[in-house]
Design a binder for this molecule. Structure first.
Ligand code: ADP
Length: 440
């Protein structure tokens, strides 16, 4: 028992004993005990009320000195109070430090709660996204950074994705947005200035487009002269082979230039409109017709499992099918088999081009859609491949909210799946009016 408590017990016992003694002298020991107990109770009650008042007024003058139990209680209270104050001070200092370091970050960081409301943001978020630290606290971030792509990113759970949005504060500036899950149901939204990257990408795209455009006219002239030369009966015999080779190379250069121009166009165009309805089954049948029957071409089968139509650009879907089919034809031996499928399920539609050809090594599959990438450079050059076909396919799909899936096994064959979302489909195309049904 601490000294103060022992003193209190001894004091109480002493007062009670004195009360009993005085009462006994007057012939009423019980009365003496009662009066002494009441006196103790009254005194302790007074001390309690005084301590309570001191707590409210924060004035502990009367409890500051001495060794009683109330002084001990004050000392304990003071110690705990100072400990809490110290912890608070440390916490504030730490918070300030964290804020200072996040403010030094060049990227914007915004803490969001489960309703996408802003809890806190750093200085860069203010410069990049126009967020105001105090004023915007508690506001939904998608009400301030208004962009449908960002709203979709915040709704979805796919945190690996990054999106690019125009800056809400600076013209011509672009931001990269990324969401990372954080704490319990909280998210961190990162904003990065990618204006320079976008500017360089645009410069590269414009350069490629301009260079290709400038090359087109001289190439047409050169090809024209070479065609006339090869048709000229007076051409010396030893010139025949070189002219044919020049013709071949000029054709190859034209293919490269045209495909580069097509890629530049696809890159600079936004999402494809949904104004046109495309009969995919019809396009597959037409593509089969244009390849089938040529020398050394494998058997081509068309399997249109759905009558659904695609809301897409007809020319681009035609180019997508033609690129995939021409690849399948070039990489499948004559005795092989190529299948073109159009199928629809609950989530969307798929154009599948599969073959029983040479296949592609696993480690090369992720690189197939890179420009000028060819698995076997030497052979691809011989068979006329320039390495831009799958890049075009990828861009066409990107413009139509689609995705490309590739599976392949060396020596067994390959499968290219072009998947379109359900919003791009007309599941029940209107029945065409037969000529007899036409009314005046
Ligand atoms: P290319 O003009 O060379 O065909 P692509 O971009 O269309 O360029 O294709 C890139 C590379 O992918 C090709 O060079 C080829 O090696 C490989 N490839 C594409 N399709 C197939 C396929 N069906 N079977 C085997 N390899 C393929």
């Amino acid at each position: 028992m601490p000294g103060s408590s022992r003193k209190l017990v001894a004091g109480v016992a002493g007062i009670l004993a004195a009360g009993v003694l005085i009462g006994w002298i007057y012939g009423h020991a019980d009365w003496g005990l009662l009066v002494a107990a009441l006196a103790i109770l009254f005194w302790q009650l007074r001390q309690l009320l005084a301590f309570n008042r001191a707590l409210h007024m924060r004035d502990f003058e009367q409890f500051r000195y001495g060794e009683g139990v109330w002084q001990q209680m004050f000392a304990r209270y003071k110690y705990e109070h100072e400990r809490v104050l110290r912890a608070k001070r440390d916490y504030r200092r730490l918070l300030k430090e964290i804020r200072r370091s996040t403010d030094a970050m060049p990227d914007g960081a915004v803490i969001l709660d489960e309703n996408n409301q802003i809890v806190m943001c750093n200085k860069a978020a203010k410069h990049l996204g126009g967020l105001k630290r105090k004023k915007d606290r508690g506001q939904r971030v998608d009400n301030i950074l208004r962009d449908p792509k960002l709203a979709q990113l915040l709704r979805s759970d796919s945190y690996a994705r990054e999106i690019e949005i125009p800056s809400p504060v600076r013209d011509e500036a672009w931001l990269d947005c990324r969401v990372v899950p954080y704490g319990a149901n909280q998210k961190l939204l990162f904003l990065r200035d990618i204006t320079e990257r976008i500017r360089l990408t645009r410069m590269r795209r414009d350069f490629v487009a301009n260079a290709s455009h400038e090359l087109r006219s001289p190439l047409t002239v050169i090809s024209g002269y070479l065609d006339s030369l090869s048709d000229d009966p007076g051409l010396e015999e030893n010139w025949g082979q070189p002219v044919r080779q020049m013709q071949q190379q000029a054709r190859r250069m034209s293919t490269v230039v045209n495909e580069l121009l097509e890629l530049s166009r696809l890159e600079s165009a936004g999402r494809a409109s949904k104004d046109e309805t495309v009969d995919v089954g019809g396009l597959l049948a037409a593509a089969k017709k244009s390849f089938q029957g040529q020398d050394g071409v494998a058997a081509i089968e068309v399997d249109s499992l759905s009558k659904a139509q695609l809301l897409a650009s007809g020319n681009e879907i035609e180019s997508l099918i033609s690129n995939l089919l021409s690849n399948a034809v070039r990489h499948t031996p004559a005795e092989g088999h190529i299948k073109l499928t159009w199928r629809v399920d609950a989530d969307g539609g798929e154009i599948i081009v599969s073959d029983t050809g040479e296949g592609i090594p696993d480690d090369q599959i992720p690189r197939l859609t890179e420009r000028f990438f060819r698995v076997n450079r030497g052979r691809a050059r011989e068979d006329g491949g320039v390495g831009l076909g799958l890049a075009i396919v990828k861009h066409v799909l990107g413009r139509h909210d689609g995705e490309l899936g590739i599976t392949s096994e060396l020596g067994k064959g390959s499968e290219f799946r072009c998947r379109f979302p359900i919003e791009r489909l007309v599941l029940e195309p209107p029945v065409p009016i037969a000529s007899g049904d036409k009314r005046g």
